[in-house]
Design a protein around this ligand. Sequence first.
Ligand code: HAM
Length: 447
Amino acid sequence: MAQKVQGTEDLYGGYMRAWQHMQAVAHELFDTYGFDMIETPALEQIDTFVHGIGESTDVVRKEMFRVVSGALFERLLEEGTEKGLKPRQRLAMRPEGTAGVVRAVVENNLVPQGSTPAKLWYAESMFRGERPQKGRLRQFHQIGLEWLGAPDPAADAECIIILMELYRRLGFDMSKLRLYINSMGDSNCRPAYRKKVKQFIYDHKDEMCEDCLERAEINPLRSFDCKNEHCQQIMQSAPLVTDSLCEECAQHYAQVKAYLDAAGIEYVEDPTLVRGLDYYTRTVFEVEVLDAGVGAIGGGGRYDGLVELEGGKPTPGIGFAVGFERVALALATQGVDMEGAEPTCVYVACAAPEQRSAVFEATLTLRDAGLRVEADYQGRSLKSQFKQADKLNALVCVIIGADEVANNTYTLRDMNTHEQVSIAQADLVDEVIELMYSAEFEDDVEL
Ligand code: HAM
């Protein structure tokens, strides 16, 4: 039997409804802040990610799925090297959304200099070749938001407020959420800080792992994310970025916190929070759920240098992304069901093959009225059509037999009470809707 790739999932039924629900909640919320939806290709040139996310990050070095067409693959096998490939032939599946959105903003000139910021959001699959485990997939879904052209610390605070409001609307017990924030400085103050961390790693080189020694050379801040427990312990006493911020960054950070305080958002300052992607400057943040054991359910930050890295003019940016699968897992631990009720419908039952065209017409009329309508397409007996109607959550059955056709009537069956009434053909839509609403009221079933 064919099998799905490890670390990927099929989304259908209730799980699909949960994903759609999360998108609908995000859509309604983001709309009030003036964000429009964007979809960028799942395939981008590798350089888009390497420039933006950073060559030394785990995401780029170890986790990115790299793609070549079948014809090129043959050539690579023959030549034994990818050196002959042109940049536009070197592709990757997007491991995250920010770099692609920024590439699109630059390519389509969505923030002409001095004009209104671009405010964009997306709901897309991301691909990372990680070792699959609970809440860690190779294809997962993110809802993300990117705000290009807004340098004001109020934008940082608003992003965090939107993120926390999204969790609240999804039904989280907010007392169980921990929002961690930090400032990572900018191109002014970070180079000196990096040097300090590099020196710190060298001072502890006998105790740290090989990877960290390599990181000290290319990007020492990545050692804060090292999975080795001993390295983590040592990094606890490494110099803190918040002690090395320049005046402008310190002020920006103080203002972000003042706005969060004013909005009543609780946060924990974590000066070791560096995030796994290199494009961040100044504010970074991440959210975890206590006792859920799924890791971060969302994170983001400011990336004032990324547009330039993608070939555009200097344009500040900030955003966040939320992982659907982790949100679903974390909500389940809190007893919150994102799936909602299964959809209900009207079932049009056919007593005998002679009435098939009358059934066909009735289904069209009811669907025109916006109802979810099912019928039999397998030539079943009336009894098994009722069974099928029950399985499909039908609230009402419209029964059409020889008498109904002869008298220009329909028989309506309330699927809860099994009571039946005869109605005039012309009243079909009104009568069905009335019966469906009263059935909903009786049972509190979502329509
Ligand atoms: P990220 O922290 O790498 O940030 O991912 C955001 C969220 O995606 C995580 O908090 C987590 O919920 C989910 N996630 C990440 N990896 C996996 C995985 N392997 N399996 C399941 N869920 C996962 C970003 O991607 C940035 N682009 C966020 C951002 C937007 N920063 C600025 N703008």
